[in-house]
Design a protein around this ligand. Structure first.
Ligand SMILES: *Cc1c(COP(=O)(O)O)cnc(C)c1O
Length: 366
């Protein structure tokens, strides 16, 4: 027998797409009928809109969030022999980007209350080979950029932010996207601002960095068949750019719905001591709503049995993946989080009433 679909799906992408389907059909038809598919007016329009949204001077659209990170590091001059400090609790792409850029990812532990990069751990990880700090605004909440910036300034390091989960987040009144030397974005379909396929971008205030990024994404070229840099092919295509312009117009509203859900979760679950802390340094984008429970796997099974779909972000820290293969015990807070975090259903498709169903089920477990 087929099992019934979950009563409360973790993220209902189909519902999110259906909500704006008319606009998406019009936008994609415009591109198809226009007959221009790479590096054209749709990309320029989206780049201008996203830069403005982020309060940044420049936006360069690229092929994915991973490429945004790699190209940002590349454009900042990071390469072979360079160490880049990354959080020990993050999606593996943060670490892979450093490796792909030719550098060495050096982990630093996170604040166990928030899961965000701990500036004290970063300061302790700096060596003479350190060239950059790469914080992640994990789950939609900005890392402590001011503290990280002062460490970067003290050691003449570049600050590149991984904002793949933080569309619409702010930090001390400033939008994420204009805080670091370069900020990398992903528009993977499941992100708060998602395309209908892969996509990414880098925002920056630095015109020289933006110019290098434009060359690097397009074979190192600014003039056809003249190649100044050994670049790559990683461009946000016209169809995805047109889709993103449509989705961007709904981002604020969708984030508000996420916020309403997160507020209900917090109201109900904070008394049980379950949610990760909101550091209170700005607007949380609530890409994920994460609780921490010592019996995480049992709680997840309990919720699944009640039709509530949850996910774990992330079950194995990057340093414990075979790809990096570092010893256990090096980053105790990150390792404990990997064993205990659980992401509850959240997204513009859900309502606070759905959050109540989830909270009732959690209370029944506790
Ligand atoms: C999604 C994500 C990425 C990678 O983005 P892609 O577009 O999937 O390549 C990088 N970092 C974090 C924190 C992410 O969540």
């Amino acid at each position: 027998m087929l099992s019934a679909p979950p009563t409360i799906p973790f993220l209902d992408l189909q519902a999110i797409t259906a909500e704006v389907a008319g606009e998406l059909h019009a936008a994609t038809r415009r591109v198809i009928d226009g007959g221009w598919f790479v590096l054209g007016p749709e990309l320029e329009a989206f780049e201008a809109a996203w830069a403005a949204h982020c309060g940044a001077r420049h936006c360069v659209g690229v092929g994915s969030g991973l490429d945004a990170l790699v190209l940002a590091l590349w454009a900042a001059g990071i390469g072979s022999g360079d160490e880049v400090i990354v959080p020990a609790h993050t999606f593996v792409a943060t670490w892979l980007a450093v490796t792909r850029a030719g550098g060495t990812p050096v982990g630093a532990d996170v604040d166990p209350a928030t899961g965000l990069l701990d500036p004290a751990a970063v300061a302790a990880a700096v060596t003479p080979r350190t060239r950059a700090i790469l914080p992640v605004h994990l789950y939609g909440q900005a890392a402590d950029v001011d503290a990280l910036r002062s460490i970067a300034d003290r050691h003449a390091l570049v600050l590149v932010d991984d904002a793949a989960q933080a569309h619409g987040a702010t930090y001390r009144g400033r939008p994420v996207g204009a805080l670091a030397d370069a900020t990398a974005w992903s528009f993977y379909p499941g992100k708060n601002l998602g395309a209908l396929g892969d996509g990414g971008a880098v925002t920056t205030d630095d015109p020289a960095l933006a110019e290098r990024l434009r060359m690097l994404r397009n074979y190192g070229s600014r003039e056809k068949y003249v190649h100044e840099l050994a670049g790559t092919n990683s461009r946000l295509d016209e169809l995805q750019a047109a889709v993103l312009s449509v989705k961007l117009a709904h981002l604020a509203e969708h984030n508000l719905r996420r916020r309403a859900l997160a507020e209900r979760y917090r109201e109900r679950l904070a008394p049980l001591g379950l949610p990760l802390a909101d550091a209170g340094r700005g607007t949380h984008a609530w890409h994920l709503f994460v609780v921490r429970h010592p019996e995480r796997d049992a709680l997840q099974a309990h919720l699944a049995a009640r039709g509530i779909q949850t996910l774990v972000h992330y079950p194995i820290p990057p340093h414990r993946q075979a790809a990096f293969d570092e010893p256990a015990g090096r980053f105790p807070h990150a390792e404990a989080l990997a064993a205990e975090v659980l992401s509850l259903p959240i997204g513009p498709h859900l309502t606070p009433a759905d959050a109540d169903v989830v909270c009732d089920a959690i209370e029944a477990f506790s």
